[in-house]
Every structure is written in C-alpha cells, then in structure tokens.
Design a binder for this molecule. Sequence first.
Ligand SMILES: [Zn+2]
Length: 585
Amino acid sequence: MTTAHQFAHNFLREKGFKRIPSTFLHKYEGIMPVKNTEFSLEISFYELDFIDFPEYRLLNIPEGLNPHLPHVEPDGSLCYLDKEFIYLDRYNPEDNFVLCFQCVENLLASYAENDTRKFSQDYADEFTAYWQGKFFAYIKSWNYPLQALMFDRYSILDNAKEKTEHEIIIFNNQQEANTWLKLRNAANTAHSNKTIPVIVTKLTQPKLIRLFEKWPLSSRQEFFAWLTAIDPSAAQSFISSLLTVIKNNRSSYVVLQTPGGNVGALIEIDKQIVEALKRSQNQRQNKKGNKPASPSSILLRKSLVKEKFFLINVRDASDSRITTRNQDKEFSLVGKKIALIGCGTVGSFTALLLAQLGAGIQDNTHKGVLALFDPDILMPDNLGRHVLNMSYVGENKALAMADFLTNQAVSNTINFIGNNKRFDVKNLALFSKYELIIDATGNEAFSTSLSHYYHRSETLNVLIHGWVIAAGKAVRAILDDRTGACYRCLRISNQDGELQERFKLFSKDKEPPDPIKRNCGNAYFPYASGASASAAALIQQLAIDYFSGNPSPRFRHSSLSLDVQHTKNCNPQKLDICPCCSKIL
Ligand SMILES: [Zn+2]
C-alpha cells in the first residue's frame, strides 16, 4: 500500500467507511450523512494517479428523494467532476482525494436540498444521455421538409461484411441520402424501406422529465403526455405538423431540438386515431362551436392495435455543424470562392485544412468553390509528405486531391474542382472570380511571377503565399492585399546583388544545409511532413483572419528549429525598390 493509499484508507475509516474485499480495487462501503439525509455509498479506486477519479456509487436512493437525479449513471455511479476539464495532480494525491470526497458531498447536498432549479438545468444539459434511443439517426440537413430513411449498414471495419446494423439518415433531398448511403457502407440499398416524413420540434427546457416515473418513454400516448407536460407550446407545434403529415402517412419521425442536443422517436399512429384526428380537423373547419374532440385529447387515447414506437438519438451531421463547431464564432468557409495553386506537400495539407472549415461547400445561393490547380503527377516519392495515398499514384495531383476531398466530405453540395492544365501565369483573368487565391507551390520563381502579375492586374482579389523555408526548419506565409509588402518585398539584394532574406532566417554559424541532389534539376530538401502541415496551418489561419475581416499580421513566421532565429509576425511595409510591386515594369 502506498502512502497515498494509506492516507485514503485512514481518511475513509475516520469518515465511517469500511473496507470490503476486492481482488484488484480498493473498495469501501458506508454511509455519508448530508443535510439530514443518509446516502449509502460504495467507493472504489485503484491507482491514485487521477487518470480515473475515485468512483462513488450510490447504492440506493434515500427515501423521500426524487428517483430521477441528475449526474447519476444507471449503475448508481456519480459524475461529480468532469475529467475533460479538471486536472488533478498525481503528485498531490492526499489533497485531491479529499477534494473528490468533498465534491461528492456537495453533489449529495444538492440532492438532499432538492434544488429543483439547479436539477432542471443539469437535467437539461444531460438530457440526451437519459433519452435511451434505440437507434442512431444522423441529420444531414436542416432545410425543410425533411425525410428519414432507415437502412442497414456494415461497419467500415467489417471487411468480411458479417454483421449489419440499423441506421437512420434524415435528409432534405434524395441526393443527400444517396451520398450518405454510399459513404456509410449501406447494405442492399435497392431494398431500403420507404422514406418517412420528419417533424422537428424545438424544446426550450426539458425540465420536468424527472417527475415522470415511467421512463424511458415507450408509446405514442406516453410521448405526447410527456411533451404536453414539459412544454405545452412545443406540443402544440408538434400537433400542427402532425396534422399535415397524417394526411398521407401514419408514421413519422419526430426530432426534438433541446439545449443539450437532439433526440427523437418514431411514432406510428393507429388508423382509427388517424381518422379521429382528421375528423377533428374537418369538424373544426365546418361546424365551429360543436366542440369536437381536440387533437391533443385524441393523441392521449389508447390504441386497440399495436403501434410502432421507438426512441432515437439524433446526431447532427449537417455541414454547418461540422464546419463551425470548432470555431470561436460561427465562422466557416462555406460559400467562399477559393483557388489553391499547388497540390504538392503544402498544397495537399492546405486543401484538407480549408475543406475542414467548409471550403468547397456551397451555401444556399449555390456559391462556394475550392478550385485546385496543379499540372503534376503524384509519384511514390511524394507519399511520405502528401495527404494522398498509393491509390492515387500516377494521377494528376489536383484531380486526385479533388476526388479525395469529395470522398472525405459528407456534404452533397461540395464543389471541389481539380485543374490539371499548366496555366499561363501572365493570364490571371480566370482567377478574378475567386475571393482568395492561395499559392502553395513553394516554388520561388513561380511565386514571384504570380505576385508580379497580381500587381499588374486590376481584377484579382487577395493573394496568400505559404511555404516551407530554411530546409524545413521554418515556415512562412504572407497575405498580399496591396496594402503592404508583397512576396518579393521579403527579399532584398546585398551589395553583391545576391538576394537575401529581409527577415533573417539563420542565426550566425548555422548555415543552411545543401539540398539533396537527385538527378538533374530534381533537387529537394529532406524535411518531414510536419513542416508542410505547419505551413498549411499558417495559410489556414490567414484565410480565417482574412474572411473574418482582419488579416493582420499579414506576414507570419514559425520556427521549427533552434537554428532559425525568432522572427515576429508583422505587417511589413512595401519596399520602394521592390521590382515586383513598386516599379511597374
Ligand atoms: Zn514588393
């Protein structure tokens, strides 16, 4: 027993807990009295390294307390601290063991006080965890009207195709569904069930869920009674959608949007109930004042035949959710028109990072494109630092990258265009339709020429260059919007007329290594793909900042080695002597 375990043992003994036999774990049982309520607990722990926190399990719910308590797992385990957000130091196990104990005391105190308002909020946050859906439904679009299709799929890891599982896709148009079925390895799609309409209802606060003894919900009446009790206006909105749906369908899915996530159910309604609902509508329209049965009361009636009913957990797989959830603000590149020149090592990572932000996804007005340009063929030599894999070797890099992104994307509104033609850098007119042009070629001669013609064109928007430099020991990027330095402004001539870096790279005595020579004209610097990913990261952030309205600082540098001296990100002035942007030759 370690000192920490000895401490924990003594501490729990003092608190009245008794050690019970266990093969691997340290296990204790006892009563924790909190606010005049006695809670029976089992405490267990193994290492006190706090990778896992000590487990506190409620052995029963004390009499007089509500049976539905927040932060309790089905087996009674208490969620008293969130491991994702709290770090407990393994080098201070005694204090942290006591801290855990106190957190449990606080949680139990909230149960004893029956703090309804706090419960409601906690329950709302954890709501989806309590729902206990039987299947997962993925919602691909929030554009109404929505339909749902249940299908069988093989896991992508199930190479032998031995076992299928049910999944539900909720979509707006058939193309979305088709793309989904393909991506999700659907089995036998030709025999898929017919689609079922989807009703979306928003719940502001699913607060009284714990008052219901009957849980999980298991029938149409229970569902409707529960919905009416917790949110009458949501119930009304559900009814009005349902009355439209039942004209043609006895079954529908309902998706409930809650603050803690989305859940839902499949609801089938017996013919007689459907007829009664329809009658209630007609009577309302024809003979006002007769007080026909209201739809709400009809929906609470029992059916004489069995109606299909099951709960679903709904996962938001929409483009907007995927592309914006990791951003501070609701930022995405959906709908932006971006051209990326160069699909080599830096370009391939850049394309991927931009696509993850929504580049190439069209918005509601069908705008949005990520156009990729590269005339080169993917070779086995490239694979060590390229996003693409062996299956694309021998293909054009831009076309292959566009295909790769298309297969990666779950969106059906994607617009990745690959261009394999070598274009004339003098003729940049075709780029005037893009809001942003990104140069990831890493080729100084090309980049200089691109910058040259950019500064002689009236119609081009903004240009970003990003590259790996110093033999892979640093990465740089610059955004050129004609307000400051251009790509060439980062190079200055010394007295002998040799070009040098304006922002020096190497510390003294840290001369750059020579590139490895292959055959004629095929020299390259050996560096790991991490450098390319770092350059792509600089480009991605510049693109975010540009579309967010503040591209400053326009020049960004990141050192990957101590050989390279520190350079601050800045907005460099354009040079009066720059042959590229100052003297229009
Ligand atoms: Zn310049």
